[in-house]
Design a protein around this ligand. Structure first.
Ligand code: ADP
Ligand code: MG
Length: 712
């Protein structure tokens, strides 16, 4: 049997099983071999019920006698309860906050429970044990690689899906191994690498991960797969870098005096981190090798000022700047802040979004900007008369051509796809022989190991310092009974002249039929409620993505100028919006947002020396959700939060490409700085010796078939 044979051609499958395989994208025998277990069960752990003792961890296999939802004791916590029996006795099991499990525990079925055994009033019970369907085979006999002298007999447990149980995977994968299918696979990792890092070869690693004799073997195997994944990511990034760096960019020089004058032109003294970043950028721009730099800084760290400095240097050299941002609101905001920065320099600035084009200054009033037609804007951009253009992704449309684009700035770069990022670097200049320098910016807090991996193609500047006088945001999780207290505190802020945001997860009311499923607040109705009942003496505004562009701009302008006191919004304000006078933010249904997103949202009120407050409204009782929200109340910086986030992940399935296009096993590796650095070094060596990987066709093939990494 060969690894590329079809699974359907070699195993008898029910329609449900076929559907499940399709869903998991498992087509060939090879795919099946790469379906990795999520954990292992110890055969030795399994006990008879009569032998259970309170205070121990144990596993049993038994039949479900009965099961149902219940409310626990006095506290009325929803829970599931079941009674399990084997030949020696019966034992109760309870699952707090997981009443839904009751439905899954069908009386009469065989299950395996593992977890801690407790006792209450002399009666033993399992609390929150893991449940898995009982294996239908006897482990030690069917584990073909089992060694009776090894006490460690481990059984692989696989992530399950409707139609395919862990036992199904176990049985079929063991079968493939016993037929030697894995021996026909060629290892993409060069021998020298395996030796240097003491990694098992591919066929050995597959045996160790599916049919291990001892736990350390499973760890070696995982290490191997993790290394391979990180190496592939690094190779991919490095290759992109080599291609980009092979182009030629116009040199943008700045004299020392000129740079000094620029730094002095800001209305505030720059932080040391901002100065350092600007100097690094000026150094890159002076070369004809295109800059490929990522400016990473927490929300509110002042990235816009750094971008403005880079734009300034570029324009002074007679070249153009394209500044791409993810939302119309942000484009408008940056347009206005650039006008402030550049007004004294007599420079034309353009704005292009899906809905309108504007130009500063207006012919009639030199202090104002004005609407112009798209055709007119494109003409002036092509002739170099508007050297700075700020816009949304409309900037990358074919029609937008610059005279000689010197610098492309991408703000909140994680919001753009790889293709969009590449388009702004290509075919944007009538001077076809050059590429622009690239400055990418992100506030997504990324731990160093992750940055080295995902952004291996970019040089890194970090703003690790906030402008002086910022106080940490006081963040609290607010349960429904504490809402009024939170509103009281916000009214105090409003009375002191400050402003507030209220973020809702949705725009409109949900479909009435589904209202029970999703009881999250909608921005439209919440704004009415807040205006009428909660903040009647203040002006409440509303902004969301379905609003007409002009209306959106008007609301944002009114909020900026302080005429609107409370702005109810969807996550359209998530990135970049800068209204320093806003000091309180309420996030409705906070558990529905990702951690990074919540941090971005609370960054909206982290833009001045005033004390700021973030209220995470949530009615969740789910422990994982609460733990995540708690991380947010504890982490002061995005970086701390990212580290916590990374450590809250893990476990789960090893296969399946999840967040960011990296599998869980890859994520595990990314927590290991030594491994990341080793992979980075090896990727560099491999490509230095053989830029097209001609001598490593398998690596090349794997590279071509990798899912794209996306970072949102
Ligand atoms: P982000 O890094 O999130 O894009 P911004 O560039 O929007 O942050 O800056 C956040 C706020 O901090 C803005 O109001 C900006 O004017 C202000 N700011 C930036 N740099 C400084 C500084 N060095 N000193 C004081 N305020 C600053
Ligand atoms: Mg910003």
């Amino acid at each position: 049997m060969q690894p590329d044979y079809l699974i359907t051609g070699h195993f008898r499958l029910t329609p449900d099983q076929k559907k499940a395989l399709t869903r998991l994208n498992l087509v060939t025998l090879r795919d099946l071999l790469f379906y990795l277990p999520s954990r292992y069960a110890h055969q030795g752990e399994i006990r008879s019920i009569v032998d259970l003792r309170a205070g121990e961890k144990a596993a049993i296999v038994g039949r479900v006698e009965k099961a149902g939802p219940k409310k626990a004791y006095r506290r009325q916590i929803p829970m599931a309860e079941a009674v399990i029996e084997d030949d020696t006795g019966k034992v109760k099991a309870v699952w707090f906050h997981q009443a839904y499990l009751a439905k899954k525990l069908v009386p009469g079925t065989l299950v395996q429970l593992s977890g801690s055994v407790n006792s209450r009033h002399g009666e033993l019970y399992f609390s929150n044990p893991d449940i898995s369907p009982a294996p239908t085979y006897s482990f030690s006999k069917q584990t073909i690689f089992a060694n009776p002298n090894q006490p460690d007999n481990l059984v692989a447990i696989y992530p399950e899906t409707r139609g395919l149980s862990s036992g199904w995977f176990y049985y079929h994968i063991q079968k493939l191994l016993s037929l030697g299918v894995h021996k026909h696979l060629t290892d993409p990792l060069p021998d020298a690498l395996l030796k240097r890092y003491h990694l098992p070869a591919l066929d050995t690693a597959l045996v160790w991960i599916h049919a291990p004799q001892k736990l350390p073997d499973t760890q070696s195997a995982r290490k191997r797969f993790a290394f391979e994944e990180v190496l592939l990511i690094q190779l991919d990034r490095r290759q992109q870098r080599v291609v980009y760096k092979a182009g030629r960019a116009p040199a943008i020089t700045s004299s020392k005096a000129n740079l000094k004058e620029l730094l002095a032109s800001f209305p505030f003294p720059l932080t040391r981190a901002q100065e350092r970043a600007i100097k690094q950028i000026a150094g890159d721009l002076a070369e004809t090798e295109p800059m490929a730099r990522l400016l990473e800084g927490d929300v509110g760290s002042g990235k816009t000022a750094v971008a403005a400095a880079a734009a300034h240097l570029t324009v002074k050299t007679g070249l153009e700047v394209a500044y791409m941002v993810p939302t119309e609101i942000l484009a408008r905001q940056h347009f206005e802040s650039f006008i402030q920065n550049f007004a004294h320099l007599n420079i034309n600035i353009g704005l292009i979004t899906g809905s309108e084009c504007r130009k500063f200054p207006s012919k009639i009033n030199r202090l104002e900007h004005t609407h112009i037609s798209r055709t007119q804007l494109l003409k002036w951009v092509a002739s170099g008369d508007i050297p700075i253009v700020i816009g949304t992704h409309t900037l990358i449309q074919k029609a937008v051509i610059f005279k000689k684009l010197g610098l492309a700035i991408i703000d909140e770069q994680h919001r753009f796809g790889v293709m969009q990022r590449q388009k702004i670097l290509k075919e944007k200049s009538t001077a076809a022989d050059t590429v622009p320098h690239l400055l990418s910016m992100t506030a997504t807090p990324i731990p160093r190991t992750l940055a080295l991996t995902i952004f291996g193609d970019l040089d890194l500047s970090v703003l690790d310092e906030l402008p002086p006088g910022r106080q940490t945001i006081k963040t609290a999780i607010v349960s429904p009974d504490k809402r009024e207290e939170a509103y009281d505190q916000i009214r105090q802020e409003l009375a002191a002249g400050r402003q507030a945001y209220v973020i809702c997860p949705r725009i409109d009311e949900p479909d009435p039929d589904k209202a029970s499923a999703l009881q999250t607040k909608s921005a439209v109705s919440e704004s009415r409620r807040l205006q009428t009942y909660v903040f009647p003496t203040y002006r409440v505004g509303l902004v969301h993505s379905k609003l007409a562009p002009m209306a959106k701009a008007q609301v944002m302008a009114d909020f900026s100028s302080g005429q609107i006191n409370v702005l109810v919004a969807t996550s359209v304000v998530e990135v970049g919006v800068n209204v320093p006078n806003a000091t309180a933010i309420v996030i409705e249904g906070a558990q529905a947002f990702g951690l990074a997103q919540l941090h971005q949202l609370r960054g909206r009120v982290f833009r001045s020396h005033h004390q700021a407050y973030c209220y995470l409204f949530s009615d969740t009782t789910n422990t994982t959700s609460l733990r995540r929200l708690k991380a947010l109340t504890e982490a002061k910086t995005g970086f701390e939060l990212a580290e916590m986030d990374l450590s809250l992940r893990g476990g789960g399935s090893l296969t399946g490409v999840k967040q960011w296009g990296i599998s869980d096993i890859g994520m595990e590796a990314i927590k290991n700085i030594k491994m990341v650095e080793a992979a980075r070094l090896e990727a560099q060596n491999l490509l230095d010796q053989d830029p097209n990987l001609k001598t490593h066709p398998l690596l090349k093939e794997r590279l071509a078939n990798r899912p794209a990494i996306h970072f949102e």
